[in-house]
Each structure stands twice: as C-alpha cells, then as structure tokens.
Design a protein around this ligand. Sequence first.
Ligand code: THU
Length: 156
Amino acid sequence: MAGVGFSRRRRVVSRGDLTVTAPESGERAVRQAAADAMANAYAPYSGFAVGAALLAEDGRVFSGCNVENASYPAGICAERAALAGAVAQGAREFSLLVVCTLADHPTPPCGVCRQAIAEFAPAVEVVSVARGGEESRWSMAALLPEPFTPACLKHA
Ligand code: THU
C-alpha cells in the first residue's frame, strides 16, 4: 500500500527546492509544504499521516512526512524526516516548524522529535494544523522546557 489515500492532487515540493523571501508569505509557504508532504506520508500501519516543514533562516523550506515500516520501530516521524533532509542540505538554523495532520485537533511533535528539533532550533516556533483548520502554536521552550543539550555531555 502506498501511503494513506488522499484525493488531492500530488504536488511536488522536494526538500530544499523552495525558497522563501517575503516573511509574510513565509508561513503560508511552510504550511503548504507541510500539507503537501502529508499527502505523501507512508502510514499504512497507523493510518495517521503527518507532514512537517521547517523554515530555515536562509529562507529555504524543508519538508518531510512520516515513513512507517513493517518493523514498526524502524519508522520515522515527519518532523525528524524534515530535519534530517534539512541538515543534509546544510541548513541548521530554523525559525518555524509546521506540522500538519488530519486529526480532529492539532497535535504537537512527539517527545523524540522535540528533542531532535531542540538540538538545532531551541527557539523555533511550532505551529500545528489539524484537519478542520484548527491550529495551535507553541514555543519549543514550552514543548521541551528541559532539553538534553550538548552542554549536558560535559564531564571531568
Ligand atoms: N508521528 C509523526 O510523524 N510525528 C509526531 O510528532 C507524532 C507521530 C507519526 C509516527 C507514526 O507514523 C504515526 O504518526 C502514528 O504515531
């Protein structure tokens, strides 16, 4: 099965191919990239499609979707998929993360994703958009007030 079915047309927004210049259009573009990525989610086991998109400080937008696996723990969340793609293309600073699902209410990034995002973007703004358009907005600091940071690794 190739992902969860969506009737909407599949738009191609591959990682890093979208550059945002006007700040006011920035969030709209990131939201669109997250929604487009959600349409490509591979979630045959949970049936829960997630799209995520990160706005890098240089204006590039990087998106990802959840990619599940028959060996369940081998799956990856949309947020970390977007982050990995961004880092692979040289982006390490981000100002916005948009998460998109078809859930009844906005869903925050899972704990593992919060930790992964905090490594690069401790001050990122997180927006989550649900099926009916309801949305929530959090700071990373609110989502993960005590992150494990590189400084924690210091020892004598
Ligand atoms: N999932 C995400 O992609 N992001 C989250 O923050 C929470 C959960 C995915 C993982 C799995 O494929 C499905 O949603 C159900 O947990």
